[in-house]
Design a protein around this ligand. Structure first.
Ligand code: UDP
Length: 509
């Protein structure tokens, strides 16, 4: 019997469409784009993920795995433009930045990838059917239009966030909030044009590329959004249908919801592992530990690939988990326990909580953990990938947003979906050098106990999370909304055969 891939190739005539994917150089952006590339390749399209040499090298496992599975998926490392302004050589991913002053030079170098991308595209035997470019990579817009290649934007977060951000921009909310003289930053603003009431503050309404020095990048990204041919989002209709519809209307172009990508059953977690850093315990050690725990009893604690806590804030997390009395699995970054004092402190905590607590230093197999029956809750920074991975596995969350889209993702989880307990973080934290202790051990212990506890409210939260998890699985199965949207997307580009047609073949049926 033909495999599903063969079936989809023979089902329609014409050459397979070729998608060129260009993620931003950060884990939270590369991981979903790799997943999307794999989904496209499995379903009969050709996919090329274009990045820089350091990031391409990290993805060699993905490329090897695709080769073994005979998938038309390749990873392309464009030459990285010479670094300037003190950016250390070899720093090609946001997770390698060790100094707040290096973000801007990294972005500037990334924006100079337009030339190498254009050279790569011109050298292809046939022009690709479509470029799928990260929302932040507005530099792809000029390349796509010069070569007459349709361009879809991929924005990492939910449609809820993207709609809030778009409406806030259109109605000047950012300017109004940032010019407010109110020092505390607690004044509330209602995001205009939303189908539900969404409140933000001066500090929490900020989105991507909102920092000082990034103004031109944000403007460029908004303009590239206006000129894109459509958008691809890692979400599913049954999660946020009203926001998908409003976002599509506000953009005035098709929005394809294709996720949750993490539920692709062929996804090889091991091949994704080099995307991150080395774990202190291997995957089987973590799973063995979870196997011994009661179903739904463990709280998983991790803050994504970027957010880092200085010791004072780190200690509050640890003591809070200890005080909650619940079994926990906590991911601590090596950089967070770099000092001998922090290491000593962590070892002492591990000794006190041994048996009911496991600390993973470095990179944890997050999907394997979230899909384990022992995990009953997740303390998350609300990065969209983490939040969606939790939702996809039916796990309710304690929300602790740090920056960018995360505060609005928290609103979605808590107010709209009803699957979250806020830890109470009201202000963003910078990545480095932020001494502020915004969340105390008492906050952590309270939120964890509330989430993991008994009682009707906690049960209802768990029930809702389970239901969204089931809907997420249905969306990705044959006949489900995301599965069928992917079919439509590939078909529409198959029709255009890699050439730009009048409507770019972009009508969603
Ligand atoms: N991740 C992981 N192990 C870790 C930390 C992160 O596998 O120890 C993965 C996580 O599953 C998610 C991504 O890295 O897919 C993080 O993306 P997210 O949007 O949640 O946050 P960001 O890192 O962009 O802040």
């Amino acid at each position: 019997a033909p495999t599903e891939t063969e079936e989809s190739i023979v089902a329609t005539s014409g050459p397979p469409p070729h998608f060129v994917l260009v993620p931003l150089v950060a884990q939270g952006h590369i991981i979903p784009m790799v997943d999307l590339a794999r989904l496209l390749a499995e379903r009969g399209a050709r996919a090329s993920l274009v990045t820089t040499p350091v990031n391409a090298a990290r993805l060699h496992g993905v490329a090897d795995d695709a080769l073994r599975a005979k998938l038309p998926l390749d990873i392309v490392g464009l030459p990285f433009p010479p670094a300037d302004d003190g950016l250390p050589p070899g720093c090609e991913n946001i997770d390698q930045v060790k100094d707040n002053g290096h973000f801007l030079p990294l972005y500037q170098a990334v924006y100079r990838l337009a030339g190498p991308l254009e050279a790569y595209l011109r050298a292809l035997a046939r022009p690709p059917s479509c470029i799928i470019s990260d929302w932040c990579n507005s530099w792809t817009a000029g390349v796509a239009s010069r070569l007459g290649i349709p361009r879809l934007l991929f924005h990492g977060p939910s449609c809820f966030y993207s709609l809030c951000d778009l409406n806030a921009s259109t109605h000047g909310l950012h300017e109004r909030a940032s010019s407010s003289a109110e020092a505390e930053g607690h004044e509330r603003y209602v995001v205009p044009g939303m189908p539900v009431r969404v409140e933000v503050t001066k500090a929490t309404c900020l989105g991507f590329l909102d920092g000082p020095g990034f103004e031109a990048f944000r403007e460029g990204a908004l303009e590239a959004m206006r000129t894109a041919d459509g958008a691809v989002v890692n979400t599913f209709l049954d999660l946020e249908e009203q926001f998908v519809a409003c976002y599509e209307a506000a953009l005035g172009k098709p929005v394809w919801t294709l996720g949750p990508f993490c539920l692709n059953k062929n996804r090889d977690a091991a091949s994704m592992a080099p995307c991150g850093r080395k774990p202190s315990v291997d995957q089987s050690g973590v799973i063995e530990w979870l196997d011994a725990m009661d179903p739904g009893s463990v709280i998983f604690v991790s803050f994504g690939s970027l957010a880092q806590k200085l010791p004072k804030q780190l200690y509050e997390v640890g003591h809070g988990l200890e005080d909650s009395g619940k079994p926990f699995l906590w991911v601590v970054k090596d950089s967070e326990v770099a000092s001998p004092e922090a290491q000593e402190w962590l070892q002492a905590l591990e000794a006190r909580t041994g048996g009911r607590g496991l600390v993973v230093r470095g990179w944890a197999p997050q999907l394997a953990i979230l899909s384990h029956r022992a995990v009953g809750g997740f303390v998350t920074h609300c990065g969209w990938n983490s939040l969606l991975e939790s939702i996809a596995h039916g796990v309710p969350v304690v929300t602790w947003p740090h920056f960018a889209d995360q505060f609005l993702n928290e609103r979605l989880a808590v107010d709209v979906l009803g699957i979250g307990v806020p830890v109470g973080a009201a202000l963003p934290v910078m990545l480095f050098g932020d001494e502020a202790v915004l969340v105390t051990r008492g906050d952590v212990a309270r939120a964890v106990s509330e989430l993991m506890g008994a009682g009707e409210v906690a049960e209802e939260r768990r029930r809702k999370a389970r239901e969204y998890g089931e809907r997420a699985h249905r969306a990705m199965e044959k006949g489900g909304s995301s599965y069928e949207n992917l079919t439509l997307l590939i078909q529409s580009f198959r029709r255009s055969g890699g050439r730009v047609t009048d409507n770019n073949g972009l009508q969603k049926e």
